[in-house]
Design a protein. Structure first.
Length: 431
């Protein structure tokens, strides 16, 4: 087989950007000038922090949503509408509960208007390929999560696609099932005789992308851009425990953490009249408290990649928890370490009432909380409607989703007895 870089380009994007309208009328940029090629005979994995636009980009490539600017080309021709030759496997199975395994697979073939014999042949063939023989007449409620995802994969293969897109396809199943599905998918692709010719997969799992990918595309966030592309030349079959495999995992981990947890953050530019407003990571106060207490009980420090596994959180989620704890001065992040501060140690060993007092004090060191608290305090009767707060958040943080920011702000403020929110009256008030 010819080297990948000499294979034909099946699909490409040129300067693809995507923006969403905000409630304040401004536009939030999710993807910024993404240019990438997908060649025949390769598996590409997209990885990066939550909210960096990986899934949005995959849907743009599939033609499910149009880009705001730029274009997608299928074999050099501009795509309008659905991209030809693409099948998609989703994270949450997306099976019809009233259909059997066979009927779920057959459902994607109906629009093709195939002869009945050809349709039945394709269904039986993919059922055999993905290992679902004997379960043809079972309903989704009667099979395991791993088997449901096999149905999803079979459904994608049944249309005989040139490109198979997968959006975090193994995140909804347990670790052992995911490992088995990855190995099976590699075998299916290796023996597929060009259908699918290539696979593009979104993932948050570093070991998964190292196991699966020929090319690993690392996204950065706010807005989503391709930060770097890593060629993965490990020979298949790949061994999760092999030194060269673990070295690649460490390398990808370093690429991501150097991006997300910089050694020396850039100095903020601020004036007395224009404070810096901090975006709030979308995590709960309970997750931050639990993490600080966990770190205190496990030596007070650790590598963020190892901590993600030990603390039982996906990597991108733990990055957000770490950022939150750092904003509140409970931890520092030198190099790739996560280290409790003196305040963090004290906080971890307080009772909950004392924690709430410290939490409130630390919230008021953040401009976003000081501003919203002051505006609620000075509003009529000390009350603002939730839509007013969301609108203000959209003004202060125009590049952030005000819904997510509002949810996090209220969650953190409630824990610190800083603000209260009544869901029935939609009122934000002083605690």
């Amino acid at each position: 087989m010819e080297p990948i870089d000499q294979q034909p380009v099946l699909l490409s994007s040129v300067d693809v950007s995507h923006r969403f309208p905000m409630p304040n009328g401004k536009m939030m940029t999710v993807l910024d000038n993404i240019t990438m090629e997908i060649r025949k005979g390769e598996i590409i994995c997209l990885i990066g922090p939550s909210g960096c636009g990986k899934s949005t980009y995959l849907r743009i490539l599939a033609g499910l949503i149009p880009p705001t600017s730029g274009q997608v080309l299928a074999r050099g021709k501009k795509v309008s509408g659905l991209t030809p030759g693409v099948a998609m496997v989703f994270q949450m199975f997306a099976l019809f509960p009233w259909m059997t395994v066979s009927e779920n697979i057959q459902s994607v073939l109906v629009p093709l208007a195939l002869p009945k014999e050809e349709m039945q042949h394709r269904v039986s063939s993919v059922i055999k390929i993905v290992g679902l023989e004997g379960f043809e007449e079972a309903y989704p409620r009667e099979i395991s999560g791993g088997m449901k995802q096999r149905v999803g994969i079979a459904r994608g293969l049944a249309v005989q696609p040139e490109l198979l897109f997968m959006d975090e396809p193994f995140s909804a199943v347990d670790a052992l099932t995911a490992e088995s599905l990855r190995a099976d998918l590699i075998d299916i692709w290796d023996e597929a005789e060009g259908q699918p010719a290539s696979i593009v997969m979104v993932s948050h799992d570093i070991k998964e992308v190292v196991y699966m990918a020929d090319r690993i595309v690392v996204f950065s966030a706010n807005p989503g851009r391709i930060r770097t592309v890593v060629q993965n030349r490990l020979a298949r079959p790949r061994d999760y425990r092999a030194p060269e495999f673990l070295a690649m995992v460490d390398y990808i981990h370093d690429v991501i953490t150097q991006n997300e947890l910089p050694d020396v953050p850039p100095p903020p530019v601020s004036t007395a009249s224009q404070p810096i407003y901090e975006p709030l990571p979308p995590v709960s106060s309970s997750d931050v408290v639990s993490f600080v207490e966990y770190l205190d009980s496990h030596g007070g420090q650790g590598d963020v990649f190892v901590l993600a596994h030990e603390f039982g959180k996906e990597f991108s989620n733990l990055i957000n928890i770490v950022k939150s704890a750092e904003m509140l001065d409970f931890i520092d992040t030198p190099k790739q370490r996560t280290v409790l501060t003196a305040l963090g140690h004290r906080f971890a060993n307080m009772d909950i009432d004392e924690q709430k007092i410290i939490w409130k004090q630390q919230l008021l060191t953040l401009s976003i909380f000081r501003t919203i608290y002051a505006e609620v305090q000075s509003s009529r009767n000390g009350i603002m409607l939730d839509d007013e707060v969301r609108e203000r958040l959209a003004q202060l943080l125009p590049n952030e989703n005000p819904e997510f920011t509002f949810d996090t702000l209220i969650n953190w403020a409630r824990f610190g007895n800083l603000l209260a929110f009544d869901e029935d009256s939609d009122e934000v008030s002083l605690q």
